[in-house]
Design a protein around this ligand. Structure first.
Ligand code: 13P
Length: 254
């Protein structure tokens, strides 16, 4: 059975003490509830808080991810953080790649996404690879072409062994931070499309094993109906992951 994931992308929010309070709040609440053993809760804090968050990581529900990684191995790349560095923190198990904000503001192309994925896999960190169309693309009914290109150019250079274990997050850009969520039907339609692409490339087994998350204004009030879809395996949560109550309520929505 494929893993269910609720991952919080904190983006560029919180001071150190606020972040410490949030993660300890999340841990307290996780201890009080019973989650399905198949559910993984991940927080993705800014780089300076990763190590603090890994202090809470354990082998049960909770894991830590980074929000970005360099496409280079090491060397003179001022300001960059390598996959090797993340790995050396020992309990950073995931990393978001190709988020639409990085594509839009920092020129992250599919080729860069592919290089980052390679770096992460070389250091045994699971990439959470984001894809999704902007509003004009959906209005022009081009969402499937856009997502096909992002998945093909960002991931399909991988061998089946490498691809197995990749996490994908479908985040329609028009739904991010806007309060406008994709309908459960729109999410299911795209998730099934992505799973079918994987099936065509890597076969049924790997397609069925791949966790595909939805992201974009996911909150406690809509998580249940989104996660109820057969191809929606959880969420990548922005705004609602900054409040422990909301984040945990989403994790309980399966
Ligand atoms: P929101 O949940 O704030 O819409 O953000 C989604 C997102 O970008 C997660 O990566």
């Amino acid at each position: 059975m494929r893993k269910k994931i609720v991952a919080g992308n904190w983006k560029m929010n919180k001071t150190f003490s606020e972040a410490d309070e949030l993660v300890s709040d999340i841990m307290d609440k996780l201890e009080q509830i019973e989650l399905d053993r198949n559910v993984q809760v991940i927080v993705c804090p800014p780089f300076p808080y990763l190590e603090m968050c890994t202090d809470y990581a354990n082998d049960s529900y909770f894991a830590v991810g980074a929000q970005n990684v360099s496409d280079q191995e090491r060397g003179a790349y001022t300001g960059e953080v390598s996959a090797e560095m993340l790995k050396s923190l020992e309990l950073v198990d995931y990393c978001i790649v190709g988020h639409s904000e990085r594509r839009a503001y920092y020129g992250e192309t599919d080729a860069i996404v592919a290089a980052k994925v390679n770096q992460l896999l070389a250091h045994e960190i699971t990439p959470i690879v984001c894809c999704g169309e902007v509003l004009e693309e959906r209005e022009a009914n081009r969402q499937f072409d856009v997502v096909r290109r992002q998945i093909t150019d960002g991931l399909f250079h991988l061998t089946p062994e490498q691809f197995n274990g990749i996490v994908i997050a479908y985040e329609p850009v028009w739904a991010i931070g806007t309060g406008k969520t994709a309908t459960p039907e729109q999410a299911q339609e795209m998730h099934a499309f992505i799973r079918n692409l994987i099936n065509e490339k890597y076969g049924e087994n790997i397609a069925q094993e791949t966790t595909i998350l939805y992201g974009g204004s996911c909150k406690p009030s809509n998580a249940k109906e989104l996660f109820a879809n057969p191809d929606v395996d959880g969420g990548l949560i922005g705004g609602a992951s900054l409040k422990a109550d909301d984040f945990i309520a989403i994790a309980q929505a399966f």
